[in-house]
Write a protein that binds this ligand. Structure first.
Ligand code: GUN
Length: 292
C-alpha cells in the first residue's frame, strides 16, 4: 500500500502558520491582508471554489471581498473593475475565477491585472518570471503540489516526472517548475497531452506522475511502475444519489494504483486543499511586498 500525501493535513498546517503571522500583523496595529475574488455567472464548481477561498480568508484572518457579476457582464465592465482594484490601496491581491463566459476575452482580462496583485500567478509577466526562476507568485495548484512534495521530502532530483495535461493553470506551469533548479525540481520532465499516443508508454517509465486532465479514474495500475509517486489533480463531479447529488472523482484509479505506488494523493483531500492554502500564501506575500 502506498503512503498518503495528505494535502488536507499539510494545508491546515500552512493555514495555521499564516494565521499566526496575520495575528502578529494585527497586534502591531496594521490592517490585515485583503483578497478580492471576482466571480462571473453561476457555474457550480466556480461558486464552490470561490466560496471556499473566502472561507479560507476568514480562517487565516484576512479581509476578503466577493464581487459577483452576472454571466451577461461586458468585458468593458470587468476591465473597469480590474482597473479599480489595481489602484486600490485597500486591496493586496485579487483573482478572477475562470472560466469566463464566451463574450469575455480571458487573455485580455488576465493581462489587465496588475502583476503585483496577480495572486493566481496567471499574468504573462509572472508566468515568465516563474519560467526564468525569478521570485514571483507561483500558480496555486502547482505551488501546492511542490509544497506537498517538499513537506514529505519526496526525492525529485534526477527523477523522471510525467505530467498529463498542458493547461495554463496546472500542466504547463507544473512542467516548468518540476524542471527548475530548486527543490523540489531538478526532474527530467515529459509533458503529455491529448495528442500524445499511448500515454502509458511514458507513465510506465515515470518515477513521478502528475495527472491534470479531468478524466475520472483514467490512470490505472497497469499504466504505472512499481514505487511511483502519484499526484492526482483531477476533480470531476460525478453524479450520484448523495445529498449533494455528486461526488468528486480524481484522474487516478486510487484502488488499483494504491497497491503499486509508493506515495499517492487522495481525492478529495490531496491537491485541492493545497491549492487553497497556496492562494492564502500568495496573498500574504502580496501584502508583504506591497508598495502601500
Ligand atoms: N479556475 C480553476 N482553477 C482556478 C484558479 O486557481 N484560479 C482561478 N482564478 N480560476 C480557476
Amino acid at each position: 500500500m502506498a503512503q498518503i500525501l495528505d494535502g488536507l493535513k499539510v494545508s491546515k498546517e500552512i493555514k495555521e502558520e499564516i494565521r499566526i503571522e496575520v495575528e502578529k500583523i494585527v497586534q502591531n496595529h496594521r490592517r490585515p491582508p485583503h483578497l478580492v475574488a471576482i466571480l462571473v455567472g453561476k457555474n457550480g464548481a466556480s461558486m464552490t471554489y470561490v466560496n471556499n477561498k473566502i472561507k479560507d480568508c476568514h480562517e487565516v484572518g484576512f479581509r476578503s471581498s466577493l464581487l459577483e457579476f452576472p454571466s451577461t457582464v461586458s468585458e468593458a465592465e470587468l476591465l473597469e473593475k480590474i482597473d479599480e482594484l489595481n489602484k486600490s490601496k485597500e486591496v493586496d491581491g485579487f483573482i478572477v475565477q475562470l472560466p469566463l463566459p464566451p463574450q469575455i476575452d480571458q487573455e485580455k482580462i488576465i493581462m489587465a491585472i496588475d502583476p503585483r496583485k496577480d495572486v493566481d500567478g496567471f499574468h504573462p509577466e509572472n508566468f515568465g518570471k516563474m519560467a526564468l526562476e525569478m521570485d514571483t507568485f507561483l500558480p496555486a495548484t502547482p505551488f501546492g503540489i511542490l509544497t506537498l512534495l517538499e513537506r514529505y521530502q519526496i526525492d525529485t532530483k534526477g527523477k523522471h516526472c510525467v505530467i498529463i495535461g498542458r493547461s495554463r493553470i496546472v500542466g504547463k506551469p507544473m512542467s516548468i517548475l518540476m524542471g527548475r533548479k530548486d527543490f523540489p525540481g531538478n526532474s527530467t520532465v515529459t509533458l503529455t497531452h491529448s495528442y500524445t499516443p499511448h500515454i502509458e508508454q511514458y507513465t510506465l517509465k515515470a518515477d513521478i506522475v502528475i495527472t491534470a486532465l479531468g478524466d475520472p479514474n483514467f490512470l490505472k495500475a497497469n499504466m504505472i511502475k512499481d514505487g511511483a509517486v502519484i499526484v492526482d489533480v483531477g476533480i470531476t463531479r460525478v453524479e450520484d444519489d448523495s445529498k449533494k447529488g455528486y461526488r468528486l472523482v480524481g484522474d487516478v484509479d486510487f484502488e488499483s494504483c494504491n497497491d503499486k505506488a509508493s506515495w499517492i494523493t487522495p481525492v478529495p483531500g490531496g491537491v485541492g486543499p493545497m491549492t487553497r492554502a497556496m492562494l492564502m500564501k500568495n496573498t500574504l506575500l502580496a501584502y508583504k511586498t506591497s508598495v502601500y
